[in-house]
Write a protein that binds this ligand. Structure first.
Ligand code: UDP
Length: 254
């Protein structure tokens, strides 16, 4: 890992130069942050699980025709991805009321929203990722109108597909966040799904008990954080074979 050139370090992931031009290696850390970086912590084994869970979702989405940056998983903590130009927007897809929208609109937590709601935030740590409208996105040129059409279309399809997949393993997809990028291929440029999909970026509630199986366990100090991520992987049938105690991975991969 140390021999590769680092191109970017985020809160939960590091990007390294890939083996071929146009590729990158995405390394998943155990670090967790919340509340615009004011809360920090380590969730042991999270990187290993998110690498695996995100691989699983990206592959499934690829199978239904959603273009993604994912190429293949390389090892416990790394995956090979296509280099894209990230659109500086976070897309939040909400099916049930939780988190920000509860406070903002005085909703009851857990209530089914009248329909799926998409929200956008401008990616800026400095500004605290302010919520923006589609108007801002197109007016400031962060994405064009046709690009937004793709982003919205893909987001809704991803939501339908993942909601069903997760319901099948007893999980309610309350809300989640997506990021998209521009993939340049010769003269052509197209929108693809980027970043990750994992319990870091989704709210997942057990259908029967309502138990939170996502990053809210860390945000709200609910305890059993590692176990929640493991449970999601277990239900999806993709718990790494090494077993929970070895999730930190071999020393060399840390
Ligand atoms: N989310 C995320 N990264 C962010 C903000 C939100 O992955 O920087 C996810 C979060 O895990 C949840 C959904 O997006 O599944 C909505 O989160 P929340 O209501 O807390 O967002 P807010 O409205 O506060 O931006």
């Amino acid at each position: 890992m140390s021999r590769r050139r680092q191109v970017y370090e985020g809160k939960a992931k590091v990007l390294f130069e890939g083996p071929e031009p146009g590729t990158l290696i995405q390394y998943f850390k155990d670090d967790a942050t919340a509340f615009n970086n004011r809360k920090h912590g380590i969730i042991t084994g999270k990187g290993v699980l998110n690498n695996r869970i995100s691989e699983y979702f990206m592959m499934k989405l690829g199978e239904i025709g959603i273009p993604t940056h994912f190429i293949r998983r390389l090892n416990m903590r790394e995956q090979l991805i296509r280099e894209v130009e990230i659109i500086p927007i976070e897309v939040v897809i909400r099916n049930y009321a939780a988190g920000g929208i509860v406070k903002r609109l005085g909703l009851e937590e857990g209530q089914r929203l009248p329909r799926t709601i998409l929200e956008y935030s401008f990616k800026s740590d400095e500004l605290g990722d302010p919520m923006v409208a589609e108007e801002h996105i197109t007016a400031f040129g962060w994405a064009s109108v046709p690009e937004m059409d793709d982003i919205i279309g893909y987001s809704l399809r991803i939501n339908d597909f993942l909601s069903g997949l997760l319901l099948g393993v007893g999980l309610k997809l309350v809300d989640f966040k997506l990021e998209f990028g521009r993939l340049w291929e010769e003269d052509d440029v197209r929108i693809v799904l980027a970043d990750e999909i994992s319990p870091d970026s989704c709210r997942l509630w057990d259908v029967t008990s309502g138990e939170r199986l996502d990053k809210d366990r860390f945000r709200q100090d609910l305890g059993r954080v590692e176990e929640a991520y493991q449970e999601v992987a277990r239900r999806l049938g993709i718990l790494p074979e090494a077993g929970p105690r070895d999730l930190a991975g071999p020393e060399t991969l840390q």
